[in-house]
Design a protein around this ligand. Structure first.
Ligand code: ADP
Ligand code: MG
Length: 466
């Protein structure tokens, strides 16, 4: 692979793996200088020592693993060449939504590369192994996740014996993936020989498609049938993938019959996953199902404290409470905000005061994407059609109300990160199949009704207005 496509490729993999926030905050500021095939070393350059040390501490295995894979090398060394002098001018941290890479400082200053290179070697791990950053010990337990945690913990002590399968569901960024890896890590620690596969359902689908293409379905199935513990993340991606579901069904049966532990996560209940074959659904429902809901303020503060501790950063009570209050429910966003606040304070060498935290957070929290927004969208759409939010939530089904309601559902999906389930719950619908139906109808109408598209655009503008 040519080196100039290597980094963008790496970024897109990492984005999938750890989320775009990490990419925007850390990796985009890094430049891949060169690849030396003789020493099998990738030379990266960070804009400043802070970014370098952060990335080295937190993402070294990730770098080695994926760069190794992309370069078709078992093992690569990742080395940082950094600028000798610390930045003197204030640096701004890009907001999470910025897609443009911040210009590395190295470009504007004199390019004196120090000899101090930070080399570490990590063997390339297979992609679907568990991530040891996610442990039970760094998972904060609160009322919103205590049941899921307890079950996960119990399972890790007796895999295959207690709840099989175990199904965790809940909104985005609430800790499902963390818990899934934590189960894998705990089992691995107890029984190092245990064969564990972690896989995202979307990857599972792709892998299956490739297996068909290259006539390797047998190998594909054997790989999964041959494990002791199977952890599958984000099962909602199996929606409407009938053939993959079928393959999965066989794997599932084999594993369950031989008492191998299976754990799933999803953003919704099995019965709410659209286009899931009945027999598949009943299998998913056959074990224990628990949800993770949104954390309380106290739990959010506890999570912030734990993360600060892990990053060896100090945080005053008032700043912790401020961040916990400002970020409504999503733990991933909470973490992103915290990292930006630390990074900004450190890069600009300012003490982390409440004012500074408020300034940074106000700039980066996107109001229209904030999780509290369902009521604003509902109210604004309702108002446009001369109804109230209560009308939308009511059982009334006359044509006009249904129309307004469907548009509200559509915009709620478009303009927030809420799951279908959450939107359904907000609008007092029994399940979220009505939402799926609404989205389908709207999509259809968009295809052949330009006036309708115009109406949608106008309403979208309205709901996103400050
Ligand atoms: P999900 O899979 O539900 O979308 P993740 O498991 O990826 O969410 O969690 C998002 C981020 O929030 C991760 O970095 C995770 O470590 C962190 N996180 C979520 N819940 C907790 C918790 N209870 N304690 C500590 N960290 C948490
Ligand atoms: Mg996840």
């Amino acid at each position: 692979m040519v080196t100039h496509t290597l980094w963008p490729e790496f970024l897109s993999i990492v984005r999938e793996e750890v989320g775009s926030r990490v990419v925007e905050t850390w990796f985009k500021a890094i430049v891949l200088n060169r690849w030396d095939p003789t020493t099998k070393t990738v030379f990266l350059q960070a804009p400043n020592p802070f970014v370098q040390s952060w990335v080295t501490t937190h993402y070294q295995p990730l770098l080695a693993q994926h760069l190794g894979r992309l370069l078709h090398e078992q093992q690569v060394t990742v080395s940082f060449t950094e600028i000798a002098s610390a930045p003197t001018s204030p640096v701004s941290v890009p907001p999470a939504s910025t897609t443009q890479a911040p210009a590395p400082l190295a470009k504007s200053g004199p390019l004196t590369l120090s000899q101090r290179t930070l080399a570490q070697t990590a063997p390339a791990k297979p992609r679907n192994s568990v991530n040891d950053q996610y442990q039970f010990s760094n998972f904060v337990v609160g009322p919103h996740n205590s049941l899921a945690y307890a079950a996960a913990h119990a399972i890790s002590e007796k895999p295959g014996k207690l709840y099989n399968p175990f199904f965790i569901y809940g909104g985005s960024g609430l800790g499902k993936t963390h818990l899934l890896h934590a189960i894998g890590n705990a089992i691995k620690e107890r029984t190092p020989s245990c064969r564990i596969i972690y896989q995202g359902a979307d990857r599972f689908v792709n892998e299956f498609i490739n297996a068909i293409r290259f006539d390797k379905v047998y190998q594909f199935e054997s790989k999964y049938k041959d494990v002791d513990v199977l952890l599958v993340d984000d099962m909602q991606f199996l929606a409407h993938k009938e053939q993959t579901q079928e393959a999965f069904f066989h794997i599932f049966n084999t594993l369950q019959q031989t008492q191998k532990q299976i754990v799933f996560t999803s953003d919704s209940l099995p019965r709410e996953i659209a286009g899931l074959a009945d027999r598949m659904r009943s299998r998913l429902e056959s074990g224990l199902i628990t949800d993770i809901s949104t954390p309380t303020l106290e739990t959010k503060i506890a999570i912030i404290r734990k993360k600060a501790e892990a990053h060896q950063e100090k945080l005053s009570d008032e700043v912790a409470e401020y961040i916990a209050t400002a970020i409504t429910s999503n733990v991933r966003e909470l973490e992103g905000a915290l990292i930006r606040v630390f990074a900004f304070a450190s890069l600009t060498q300012q003490p982390l005061t409440l004012e500074l935290a408020a300034k940074i957070i106000a700039r980066t929290v996107e109001p229209s994407k904030s999780p509290t927004d369902l009521s604003t969208i509902g109210a604004r759409v309702a108002k446009h059609f001369d109804y109230s939010l209560q009308d939308l939530k009511s059982a009334q089904r006359n044509k006009d109300i249904s129309f307004a309601r469907q548009i509200a559902m559509y915009l709620m999906k478009q303009c927030t990160r809420h799951s279908l389930r959450e939107i359904g719950k907000f609008l007092a619908r029994k399940d979220h199949s009505t939402i799926i139906h609404a989205l389908e109808k709207i999509e259809q109408r968009k295809q052949n009704d330009p006036e309708f598209v115009q109406l949608l655009t106008e309403l979208e503008r309205k709901v996103n207005a400050p």
